[in-house]
Design a binder for this molecule. Structure first.
Ligand code: UDP
Length: 242
């Protein structure tokens, strides 16, 4: 390791939207390749990377619910969407020589391994990027919650919350309110009590209860994943109470 990374084991939360390249829908191959290239740079630092991938670029449970579908059924569709994204991400990473394993929270043995915590840890120790797909495997949850859950389970040093075009947590929506201020440090309790838009409250509570730090940063600036991993203070860091 030529440069010292701040974190040894990270969970990166990639929303489905991040893979859509701005359109919000579907998979943009160029965007996906660009993310893979950035991940390779971080992998080359010797950092162990687990990725929790979302599915909102293909399907969200509440879209189905709005259409009159049963919520659980619509959520299972969302979980399947995350698996499609995971397979795409695996492909681009392996194409540039990064070894990966996909583990799914819903069994799909023909295409990926089932989620087995100890096996995931073993892959990470062997420098394989592990992509966690299928969220938590349960309806009524989100992939943000899956990120907090997996981070706790594999004892990750940090959750990297990649945002699209927002470089941290603000006091108000910076696109609507010119007086909105960016926070550099917050606590999990601040997020919950101030109702700040970072992750849903289930995910925030889980991160708080298990004392998992979170860094919120802008994925759209090339090189940012590496910057965060090296400890540059470019986004907002969220920790437990002192
Ligand atoms: N989902 C779920 N349980 C989980 C994770 C995800 O039911 O543990 C469903 C839910 O319907 C959600 C969809 O999968 O809307 C896509 O996940 P998410 O919205 O978290 O993706 P992102 O917004 O990160 O792209």
């Amino acid at each position: 390791m030529s440069v010292e990374a701040k974190y040894k084991r990270v969970v990166l939360k990639l929303s489905g939207e991040a893979l859509s390249g701005g359109s919000g829908f579907g998979i943009n191959p160029d965007k996906m390749k660009a993310i893979a290239k950035e991940l390779k740079e971080v992998h080359d630092l010797g950092v162990q990377i687990a990725i929790v991938v979302g599915g909102g670029n293909i399907w969200r449970g509440h879209t189905g619910e709005e259409m009159g579908m049963e919520r659980a059924q619509a959520d299972y569709m969302g979980m399947l969407a995350t698996i499609m994204n995971a397979l795409g991400l695996q492909d681009v990473l392996e194409n540039i020589g990064v070894p990966t394993r996909v583990q799914t929270a819903i069994e799909m043995r023909e295409v990926a391994e089932p989620y087995i915590r100890r096996k995931a840890e073993r892959h990470l120790e062997k420098d394989r990027v592990v992509i966690f797909a299928g969220g938590t495997g349960n309806p009524y949850f989100s992939t943000d919650t899956a990120a907090a859950l997996r981070a706790a389970e594999i004892d990750a040093d940090v959750i990297l919350m990649a945002k699209n075009g927002v470089d941290g947590v603000y006091s108000a929506d910076p696109q609507k309110d010119a007086s909105a201020e960016k926070y550099s440090d917050l606590t999990h309790l601040d997020i919950i009590s101030k109702g700040l838009q970072v992750m849903d409250t289930t995910a925030s509570s889980l991160s708080m209860d298990n004392d998992i730090p979170l860094v919120v940063f802008d994925l759209n600036q090339p090189g940012n994943i590496r910057r965060v991993v090296l400890g540059e203070e470019i986004g907002t860091t969220i920790r437990g109470e002192e």
